[in-house]
Write a protein that binds this ligand. Structure first.
Ligand code: PGA
Length: 249
């Protein structure tokens, strides 16, 4: 049985004042029926980990470098993230792939580094609108999964987030059938690659305009084990009903 995961990606949002939202979330979730992860900007990570304390909320990074140290101005190594309190790291988000030209090989190297350090790699995959309309979705997702996820993954080391690029921050959401099709496809590929036990244990998140209003329907889809949430994770009052919907699913 996979434990469900509600993950929040704060992106480039939040200064010290935003820690009050995390505090509210941690206080409301001293224990929880699902895993809860918040990935704040790196500047808040250390304090966020302290605020989350031993509640059901854990914290993670939004990116890392593949090298463990060295001359990489502005970058963060997995050891730095861990030292700041991270247990997971989001990798290959479409905004990284687009804004920083990260291809599958770069994401793969980062994921290998994260897993070697004991972090859970939350690897993001997703098609553009053009690719969906051209009927290429499963080909694109399959290639990204093959290219950016390391060999030998387990349910402990890997989480995969399906995030159609056209659904991120747009208010547009795929149909439940479309989400189900991609998640079933991903499950099949994971089992093929990592074997029945490990492939079945990897959590599959849906991401892209998840809101309190659509969360329950999305969580009812087979093989959706949770969500990666951007905008609606910034406020505890918005994220709480999403966590509740996941707990009830
Ligand atoms: P959104 O972002 O929930 O604001 O659409 C999702 C994501 O990019 O992870």
């Amino acid at each position: 049985m996979r434990r469900k995961l509600a993950a929040g990606n704060w992106k480039m949002n939040g200064t010290s004042a935003a820690l009050a939202e995390l505090k509210a979330l941690a206080e409301a979730n001293a224990t929880a029926a699902v895993d809860i992860l918040i990935c704040p900007p790196a500047t808040l990570l250390h304090r966020a980990a302290e605020v989350a304390g031993d509640s059901a909320v854990s914290v993670g990074g939004q990116d890392c470098h593949s090298a463990t140290s060295g001359a990489h101005t502005g970058d963060l190594s997995v050891d730095m993230l861990k030292d700041a309190g991270a247990e997971s790291v989001i990798l290959g988000h479409s905004e990284r792939r687009t804004d920083h030209g990260e291809g599958d090989a770069v994401v793969l190297a980062k994921a290998e580094s994260a897993i070697a350090a004991g972090l859970t790699a939350v690897v993001c995959l997703g098609e553009s609108l053009e690719q969906r309309e051209a009927g290429e979705t499963l080909d694109v997702i399959g290639a990204q999964l093959q290219g950016s996820v390391p060999d030998g993954c387990t349910g402990e080391t890997l989480v995969v987030a399906y995030e159609p690029i056209w659904a991120i921050g747009t208010g547009k959401v795929p149909t439940l059938e479309q989400i189900g099709e991609v998640h079933a496809f991903l499950r099949g590929r994971l089992v093929e690659r990592f074997g029945e036990e490990n492939g079945s244990a990897v959590r599959l998140l849906y991401g892209g305009s998840v809101k309190p209003a659509n969360a329950s329907d999305i969580f009812a889809v087979e093989d959706v084990d949770g969500a990666l949430v951007g905008g609606a994770s910034l406020k505890a009052a918005d994220f709480a009903p999403i966590i509740a919907a996941l707990s009830d699913s």
